[in-house]
Design a binder for this molecule. Structure first.
Ligand code: NOJ
Length: 581
């Protein structure tokens, strides 16, 4: 058995020499599929508010992102997904859009977007923008018009207004609750001061739901898609893609069978008359037809918390979206049997419809996997962690997070990274409650911390003001004390750093074409070991409580130092070539 470690850069150099020729134009349909970025890309999520601030106002912005794109190209990702930067009162961090065709002044201008896109494209990076079609802001011009118009008017028909129940309409039209807690209906006030109709908002009061039964709404969104496609955007991440169509008559939730819209922290999958209605697919078929008329290739990605996976696969049928986030994978903790099951089920469901599988561990809505995986597979995933809560074990969390990221990046399909995970950033778990911005915090009557902990500004340079996030000390949300040591400049070029691990993994993933590869489980290594082969690479993770023998072969890289005795330590993943399995 050889555990002699060839340096990543040596192997990378050898491989990239061959790689240049192997990327020549595809000549068969299978090769074409393998070269399709929409099946294999590693996509990096930028949350604009906290990525990089160019003007010192404490809020990240588009010029800030443009100025840091080189770092993402160096990291080795293929595409960048930008969370919303549209005109918005920021009641839900931009997921409350007041103008779908403009940039909010806090983020810059349309010219700044064009500059970002041009720079990204010059670096070979695709840019995916976030589209929020379930709801607008209550400050959208059409919602203002709806409030000013009479019940039954065409203006009101673009949203979901209904009379209340009860003798005087004093009760909400049905029993639905908001995903951010509290009722999903808000009552309006008529011009004469009397109470009026109610409107539906599956999220905050300031996020009224569009009525997708209305052809005018459908036409408007096709035009919005066209607006960004014509500007050169490479596609869309579609927010709450499973919620646009509601069941006819807006029936009450049946608490015996439905979880309802309330985000269940043990698994945020939701059932009920507001989710995953069959007719939602008409919408995506029309969007796909539009995207197919553009070159080069554009992408549609569904954010849909839908279960089972076979229902999720409906969103990626050949005439709909290209990808859907795999939240089953994100929800699976650190356990071999559970992960094997989820990976198998994900691949099987997607194969049935010919779609690529995606993988994701963190995003702007969940506790980062560094602060989550120390929990193993036990217990619910918390909706934010507060100072008084049990604090995560950072060392254990980081070790597992690195192992788990390396396991993920070896898988075929597309992978999504959330800004800062390449630095091993934890959630800010001692944030002052007074500073919280997530509406979940107050809508839950201050019982759920919500998502601010994973949204604090990135540390770029340890010695700079705001750790390089901004040209001033202003950072919007404060950064936790640990951020300075984790700053990008402290990790760049440092062997064994988290950044170094991600960079090497992405380079090897590209060189070995793992995204376009396949998966074959290795057998007989024990219940707590995950092992699989993807092309020339063998990936092994130890999720048990004892070191295990490493397969013989050449170690490409590992998520932690490997001992000289030929074993794979606990909570470590290794990649090997020429492995004897
Ligand atoms: C999902 C987004 O990821 C989340 O951040 C947002 O609050 C809701 N959709 C509502 O738009």
């Amino acid at each position: 058995m050889s555990i002699e470690e060839t340096t990543t850069s040596e192997i990378f150099d050898q491989l990239t020499a061959g790689f240049a020729s192997s990327t020549a134009a595809a000549s068969t349909p299978a090769e074409a599929a393998a070269d399709d970025w929409r099946r294999t890309a590693v996509v990096y999520q930028v949350y604009p508010r906290s990525f990089a601030d160019s003007n010192g106002d404490g809020v990240g912005d588009l010029p800030g992102i443009t100025g840091r794109l080189d770092a993402l190209a160096e990291l080795g990702v293929d595409a960048v997904w930008l969370s919303p930067f549209y005109t918005s009162p920021q009641a839900d961090a931009g997921y409350d859009v007041a103008d779908y065709r403009d940039v909010d002044p806090i983020f810059g201008t349309l010219a700044d977007f064009d500059a970002l896109l041009a720079k990204a494209h010059s670096l070979g990076l695709k840019v995916i923008v976030d589209l929020v079609p379930n709801h607008s802001s209550d400050e959208h011009v059409w919602f203002r018009a709806a409030l000013a118009a009479a019940p039954g008017s065409p203006e009101r028909a673009r949203y979901i207004f209904r009379d209340g129940r009860g003798e005087n309409g004093e009760l909400p039209p049905n029993n639905w609750e908001s995903c951010f807690r509290g009722p999903a209906w808000t009552r309006t006030t008529n011009a004469d001061g009397t109470p009026g109709q109610w409107y539906l908002h599956l999220f905050d009061t300031k996020q009224p739901d569009w009525d997708w039964e209305n052809p005018e709404v459908r036409a408007e969104f096709l035009s919005v898609l066209k607006f960004w496609l014509d500007r050169g955007a490479d596609g869309f991440r579609v927010d709450v893609a499973h919620s646009l169509i509601k069941a006819p008559g807006l029936p009450d939730l049946d608490p015996r069978v439905d979880d309802g819209p309330e985000v269940d922290t043990e698994g945020a999958f939701m059932t009920g008359p507001m989710w995953d209605q069959d007719r939602v697919h008409e919408v995506y078929q029309s969007w796909r037809a539009l995207l197919d008329s553009y070159t080069p290739d554009r992408i549609l990605v569904a954010e849909a918390w839908v279960q089972p996976l076979s229902r999720l696969a409906n969103y990626v049928r050949p005439d709909e979206m290209h990808q859907a986030f795999n939240f089953d994978y994100l929800e699976t903790g650190w356990g071999a049997a559970e992960l094997r099951r989820t990976i198998d089920a994900s691949m099987a469901a997607n194969q049935l419809v010919g779609a690529p599988t995606t993988w994701v561990l963190s995003n702007h809505d969940v506790v980062r996997h560094v602060s989550r995986l120390w929990l193993g597979t036990d217990g619910p995933r918390p909706n934010g962690i507060r100072a008084g809560d049990t604090q995560p074990d950072y060392e254990l969390g980081l070790r597992r997070a690195k192992a788990s990221s390396l396991l993920m990046l070896g898988l075929p399909g597309s992978a999504y990274l959330y800004q800062g995970e390449e630095l091993g950033l934890p959630d800010h778990t001692s944030l002052d409650d007074d500073l919280r911005q997530d509406p979940t915090w107050w809508r839950s009557q201050y019982t759920e911390a919500g998502r601010d902990g994973c949204r604090v500004p990135l540390p770029w340079e340890a010695g700079a003001p705001g750790l390089g996030f901004a040209p001033s000390e202003q950072t919007g949300l404060p950064q936790p004390d640990s951020s300075a040591d984790l700053a990008r400049d402290q990790q760049a070029g440092v062997d064994g750093s988290t950044l170094d691990m991600y960079q090497s993994a992405l380079a090897l993933r590209r060189a070995f074409k793992l995204g376009a590869g396949s998966l074959e489980w290795t057998a007989g290594r024990g219940a707590d070991i995950i092992g699989y082969v993807n092309g020339e690479v063998t990936v092994v993770s130890n999720m048990g409580d004892q070191p295990v023998p490493l397969p013989s072969g050449e170690v490409l890289m590992a998520s932690a130092d490997l001992p000289a005795d030929g074993t794979l330590p606990v909570d470590v993943t290794a990649w090997l070539v020429s492995a004897d399995i």
